[in-house]
Design a protein around this ligand. Structure first.
Ligand SMILES: Cc1ncc(COP(=O)(O)O)c(CN[C@@H](CCC(=O)O)C(=O)O)c1O
Length: 426
């Protein structure tokens, strides 16, 4: 239909518009990613809204970013380390890729007290987000994974990037090689393991982001038993463990036998307000072995030594102070503050007759809007109440019909958001 001359001139015009292109093909896995990563997308919507309504007081209960100042006992430890770097005696360069031994020991002795975790099974990092991707590098593209649905999007997105996920199925909103373990009110937010296919790896976040629910001891016992029977590895994300207010386990290693089937990743972000300081850890037990008997821990150590040059010495000084008696006590006050915030949000939505889940063992309320699109609810609350939330669909197909509301705002913001939401949704 078109002469070669026309096609050629269109191609030349297109090339001129693009400018110079290399001959390097794009990674096909990156092409499989649907949209941008959820949280920068939320930030973009926030910025667009702020531009549209420059005089509106935007209340941000979307991205789970802490707002309470870090207690002075912790920041002074970081300041002291920073100042020491300007002295001959105090200067330190590269540390151990696995983290400073004193911090590894403190994590093992304080966080994992009486849980049988040894200091050299703890690997300090720059946060759980990075550890998720480093674990994916360790696991490789041939692994099959299962995730809770809904769940923190980094597990699925990193799986896509390393080439595990397979093709996206428009009709289901799922990637064909990933097992989505539905978690919802009618199964007490715990998957039906009897109908869950075997996968090599099970990403399990408890307390769960976004539902805010923590798995009970019997549930985690069933999960460990399931993984052992299937020869699977659990990657247990305990980033919100410090928010647990009942007798739910704070670590998978409270469960007998877990050290033979599980890796745990966690973080100082929500526990200590270190979202910008950047500090986390992974526990890779010596008992955890591949099918050929080779210790997983040895390969993870190789990944850390090759792909990561150690967490900041200043952040690690802060982490050590977090785990001191006074530091830990000061942080508990911040966590109590966020719990009170969560109660405000729960009360607001409950008073409107809406079903609200979570918020007791995590800083997130999971609010159900039956029959409604989560992005539609997100847009309505943003547009009419100037309150930012996160649409549930961003956490997986199982999140449709819900929104996530963070409790990390200031008290003033929480109370104002509550007032606005009651006025909007009454
Ligand atoms: C379950 C879970 N694991 C890990 C992380 C990241 O931990 P770091 O140690 O700080 O890397 C988050 C943060 N989720 C927040 C922040 C979103 C983001 O990653 O930008 C959220 O869900 O709003 C999380 O919810």
């Amino acid at each position: 239909l078109y002469s070669s001359r026309v096609i050629c001139s269109v191609a030349l015009e297109h090339k001129a518009r693009l400018g110079h292109c290399t001959k390097v093909p794009r990674n096909v896995n990156m092409e499989s990613l649907k949209n941008g990563y959820l949280f920068p997308e939320i930030s973009i919507r926030e910025a667009e809204h702020a531009e549209k309504y420059p005089h509106a007081k935007l209340i941000k209960l979307g991205i789970g970013d802490t707002t309470r100042p870090i207690p002075h006992i912790i920041t002074s430890a970081m300041a002291q380390k920073a100042l020491a770097l300007s002295t001959d005696a105090g200067y330190t360069g590269y540390g151990d890729e696995q983290g400073n031994k004193d911090l590894r020991e403190a994590i093992a002795n304080v966080v994992y007290k009486d849980k049988g975790v040894e200091w050299d099974e703890v690997f300090v990092s720059d946060g759980a987000q990075g550890d998720i991707s480093r674990l994916q590098m360790l696991l490789g593209s041939g692994m099959t994974i299962a995730v809770q649905d809904p769940t923190f999007p980094a597990y699925v997105d990193s799986s896509i990037i390393v080439g595990q996920a397979g093709k996206f199925q428009e009709e289901t909103g799922k990637f064909q090689n990933i097992v989505y373990m539905r978690c919802c009110p009618w199964n007490d937010f715990f998957p039906d393991l009897a109908t869950t296919p075997r996968t090599d790896v099970i990403f399990f976040c408890s307390p769960n982001n976004p539902t805010g629910t923590a798995a009970s001891r019997p549930q985690l016992e069933r999960l460990v038993e399931f993984a052992k029977a299937n020869g699977s590895i659990i990657v247990h994300d305990s980033a919100y463990a410090s928010y647990i207010s009942d007798d739910s386990p704070r670590s998978i290693f409270e469960i007998p036998g877990a050290k033979e089937v599980a890796i745990e990743i966690s973080s100082f972000s929500k526990f200590a307000g270190f979202t910008g300081v950047r500090l986390g850890w992974a526990v890779v037990p010596k008992e955890l072995k591949y099918s050929n008997g080779f210790p997983v821990r040895k390969d993870f150590n190789r990944i850390m030594c090759t792909c990561f040059n150690g967490a900041s010495s200043i952040s690690q000084a802060g982490g050590l102070a977090c785990l001191s008696a006074d530091g830990y006590q000061a942080l508990c006050r911040s966590i109590d503050y966020y719990h009170e915030n969560a109660d405000i949000i729960i009360d607001a939505f409950t008073s409107l007759g809406l079903k609200v889940y979570g918020g007791k063992n995590a800083p997130y309320a999971w609010v159900q809007f039956p029959g409604r699109s989560s992005w539609e609810v997100f847009n309505e609350i943003l547009e009419r109440a100037h309150v930012v939330t996160v649409p549930g669909a961003g956490f997986g197909p199982g999140g449709e019909g819900y929104i996530r509301v963070s409790a990390f705002g200031s008290r003033e913001c929480m109370l104002e958001a509550s007032r606005r939401l009651k006025s909007l949704l009454k």
